[in-house]
Design a protein around this ligand. Sequence first.
Ligand SMILES: [Ca+2]
Ligand SMILES: [Ca+2]
Length: 138
Amino acid sequence: MDDQFIYTEIFMQADKNKDGFLTFEELYEQMKKFGYKDEELKFKDHLEKFSQRDDKKLTKNEFLEAMHKAPHILHEAAELRRRFYQLDLNKDGMLDKKEMEKVLGCLGERVTVVELDLLMKKFDKRFRNNRSMKKMKI
Ligand SMILES: [Ca+2]
Ligand SMILES: [Ca+2]
């Protein structure tokens, strides 16, 4: 998906009353769903610079501009998280064996049950139990 599309999507989904304005709160809620993390939303200061009024709201164009001018690393981290969310089928914040199987399937890797076991053990050594996002520092 192209960046512009994603930013537009964030805005459109967050603008529940469709008046073309978003409060910062509405925006943050939506951004979280798209993988932008709280800590990075000191990003708030960044966004506020783009609001041309004192109403603590952003229009779509202001938001798009703010997103384009945000540090690239922020978008990369968010994209990684979005991918993780997609893989984390049961939404528990971890990738279990079944989900790993699916990931590998997507990568075109055919793994046997034994190989998968070995792979999981390897991962377990490094991350213990399940690979939560925190542990992966995603
Ligand atoms: Ca609105
Ligand atoms: Ca999971």
